[in-house]
Design a protein around this ligand. Structure first.
Ligand code: GDP
Ligand code: MG
Length: 163
């Protein structure tokens, strides 16, 4: 079976935008289960001859209190179970948030390779915004822009180095 890569992170950081950049038009499965709405979107990709499956974990929603935090925790936990490599997506514009810290806590326990991708680095002036993401301790953050497509090749290099 192909190795599995999961994109996790709090809402609105750009997970789906980057997912679409990576898979292009090769979307394979959309799984939709009742109850907890789990719209897991799986795609297939390959980079430098290395094929992998990729999951956009963003579509999970739960009703009730602390909706966002619960759903972030849950998608991170699902990703840990299924993934061989985890892309931890963050947002340069907002910087590190409490919700990012929550995700990081779960990912520390995973023992799986985690790549920090800092999205919305849309121009050179924003390059410096990635430095605070070193504090997670997952290694060098990779600057990307879903809007422009910049940095996606570097992210794919980081992913395939860990497959
Ligand atoms: P998700 O909730 O993490 O899946 O995030 P989405 O991919 O749905 O994106 C959330 C919002 O951020 C949308 O309004 C996107 O257009 C915007 N967005 C995504 N990537 C970028 C980027 O690289 N730069 C900027 N400025 N906005 C972006
Ligand atoms: Mg999404």
């Amino acid at each position: 079976a192909r190795p599995v890569v999961a994109i996790v992170g709090r809402p609105n950081v750009g997970k789906s935008t980057i997912f679409n950049r990576i898979i292009g038009d090769r979307l394979s499965i959309v799984e939709d289960k009742p109850g907890i709405t789990r719209d897991r979107i799986y795609g297939v990709a390959d980079w430098n001859g290395k094929p992998f499956s990729i999951i956009d974990t963003g579509g999970i929603e739960i009703d009730g209190e602390d909706v966002i935090l619960k759903s972030i925790r849950m998608q991170a936990e699902l990703a840990i179970e299924e993934a061989d490599v985890i892309v931890f997506m963050c947002d340069a514009k907002s910087g590190v948030t409490q919700a990012d810290e929550e995700v990081a806590q779960i990912l520390y326990r995973s023992g799986k390779p985690v790549i920090v991708a800092v999205n919305k680095v849309d121009n050179i002036e924003r390059s410096d915004l990635i430095y605070e993401f070193y504090a997670f301790g997952f290694g060098d953050p990779i600057a990307v822009s879903g809007s422009h497509g910049t940095g996606v090749g570097d992210l794919l290099d980081g992913i395939t180095d860990n497959l």
